[in-house]
Design a protein around this ligand. Structure first.
Ligand code: 6PG
Length: 245
């Protein structure tokens, strides 16, 4: 079992989405009480979409103080927002267009520039929100992550160490399915978070979850996410957790 992971198991995918949005609301309330804002990064992929849709529905949409939310992406495919592969496009469809978050607090990863320029622009967006203080990396209140079938997370893929051995907060990469140019927050940023939450659903992920959550040594990218001074939460449905015993 890696580090100090909290494992929460939901009976099914619908409950998983509810538990995810409740975690979002609880941490947002706590973060806003403490520091007057909540800086959160969300992932793409299919798993989090049910939770994202709940963000725009009662009781959650009214519970969240959207004026104090600063929304970032963990990663993005460098395609236009209307492209089905766009993580921003999916979020806009799922909740963003329906919640009163100030547009200047929605920090999308631009896809209209060459990868290096897009990464530089996003680093400026991170600095605009987190400042350029003594801390080398932005410290998110919460980061939601998924796990791909190959053990990737964000757009940090097996055998690609670009996002691991860097002192940059965001880097351009190429890979994944679909195989595209992407931007991804880097391992140091993910490990600097106050809370990193993996949300994993489905029987197909069960062997991977077992590998990632047991003592088996693993070089898989998802295993490298161990917040140094923060919480690590694995939010699983029963199917994804079924091999944990
Ligand atoms: C991306 C995601 C990616 C995702 C995993 C899991 O942009 O592709 O950030 O890291 O979280 O691939 O995706 P599913 O939830 O669809 O299994």
């Amino acid at each position: 079992m890696p580090g100090h992971a909290n494992i929460i198991i939901a009976e099914n995918a619908d409950r998983l989405a509810v538990m995810g949005v409740e975690l979002f609301c609880r941490n947002a309330r706590r973060g806003i009480e403490r520091s007057g804002r909540f800086a959160v990064a969300i992932s793409g992929g299919s798993t989090p979409r049910a939770m994202h849709r709940l963000l725009a529905r009662e009781p959650y949409v009214s519970e969240i103080c959207w004026q104090k939310i600063h929304l970032f992406w963990v990663d993005e495919r460098l395609v236009p927002a209307h492209d089905p592969a766009s993580n921003y496009g999916a979020a806009r469809e799922d909740f963003l267009a329906a919640v009163p978050i100030p547009t200047e607090q929605v920090y999308s990863m631009t896809s209209e520039k060459p990868p290096e320029d897009a990464a530089a622009e996003y680093q400026q967006k991170l600095e605009a929100c987190f400042g350029k203080g003594p801390e080398k990396f932005p410290r998110f209140d919460m980061i939601f992550l998924g796990v791909g079938p190959d053990g990737h997370t964000a757009s940090i893929f097996p055998d690609d160490y670009t996002a691991e051995t860097t002192d940059l907060p965001v880097v351009p990469v190429k890979g994944g399915n679909p195989d595209l140019y992407r931007l991804t927050l880097t391992v140091p940023v993910l490990n600097h978070a106050k809370c990193a939450v993996f949300i994993v659903s489905g029987r197909g992920k069960a062997p991977l979850v077992k590998t990632l959550l047991t003592a088996e040594p693993s070089q898989l990218p998802a295993r490298k996410i161990q917040p140094v001074n923060g919480r690590l939460v694995w939010l699983l449905d029963c199917e994804a957790a079924e091999l944990l015993g």
